[in-house]
Design a binder for this molecule. Sequence first.
Ligand code: FRU
Length: 423
Amino acid sequence: MLVTNDRIAFEKYHLYPTKGLLNDPNGLVFFKGQYHVFYQWNPMACNHTYKEWGHFVSNDLTTWRRVDTALKPSLENLDSAGIYSGAAFVKDERLYVFYTGNVRDADGRSVKSSQMWAVSDDGIHFEKLGELFPHPEGFTKDVRDPMVWQGDNGHYFLILGAQHDNLVGDIIVYESTDFRTWQYRGSILGDQLPDVRGYMLECPGFITVDGKQILMFSPQGLTPDHINHRYENIHNTGYVIGTFDETTARFQVETAFEEVDQGFEFYAPQTLVAPDGRRIMWGWAGMMTPEREAAVPTIDTADWVHVLTVPRELHVNTNLQLVQQPIQEILSPTALAIHEVDHLTPGQYRVQTTSDWSVALGEHATLKRKGQTLYFKRHQWENETIDGRQITGDIDDLLLIVDNDVIEVYTEDGLQVMTGRYF
Ligand code: FRU
């Protein structure tokens, strides 16, 4: 993947900021012949005190161009401290984006969030349209990350991640018939999924893949289960498959909550539909673990932090599981006889073997197969403790996408993926 107009063009496959901090992908859309990837961006510092929507554009998903920031905070406004995450919706040949405006007090604490929107005719220049509706009753200020779709009944639905006053996470839904006035319809989940609410659910997405309806979201505050290797990151992202009932505005959950990626860094994904119908996802290959984030080595060497994952094509298999593969456009793997190398360098590799193996990544990480388990171990760069992530299953045929400081491992059937940074 080529990113043009760069200051530091050294990531081969991953979109990254020229400077400052990148987090969630936002507003992913194919619009008037171009793919747009917006992203949470603080160009001024490698921290989260300020956010605007940075912007990459591509005609073909392989060559990306940086264009000017799409949306910036307006001082004195409801988005004075940040244009937080949100999504795109195309209607009548106009690109609408929905986002959360963030306001901070004099001490820098986030004190208010508002759901807002903006519109563009060319996908590049946006006009802000203001606040969508008042803050819902019964929730703390933590209500954010709008995503909109049109139902089969023609109505528009908008979901948000939310925190109840009793500090439990939820996803709430609004409905509109005219795309302008929104009616609050309550929790999309009702009392389902009590175990994965955490204290906040961020970045909800409702998508259809191979005819199946999927709700994807990022809970904060789940208890890690180190025995079954679930929820081992500070924040986690997963999905359920089910059915959205447009009359009741409830999502009937039909599968267990499963994590999308088993690695160290994966969060807040979004998707778009390509003109050929493929559902393509990008995630944030980052994690807001304050100490670790502040110590990421690229901050000192090059003044930037975090990357997006590569674009992944999504499918649902016959067992109702989400499967993911890097899109065809970026693939050119070479066969890797892994017992002949001791260090992985950037590139794409197909590893086909039933034997055990081990290989180093950078100076502080290793990828190691033992039996039917693949281990990704690293010395955490902030304190030198060793931590690991792992996948168990069919690992005889793996695809490795290795960049300067990030790796994505895909099993052949796309059922398991493991993403992480290494230095
Ligand atoms: C997820 C998130 C979103 C929020 C954004 C702010 O990483 O916390 O909930 O809108 O980042 O940058």
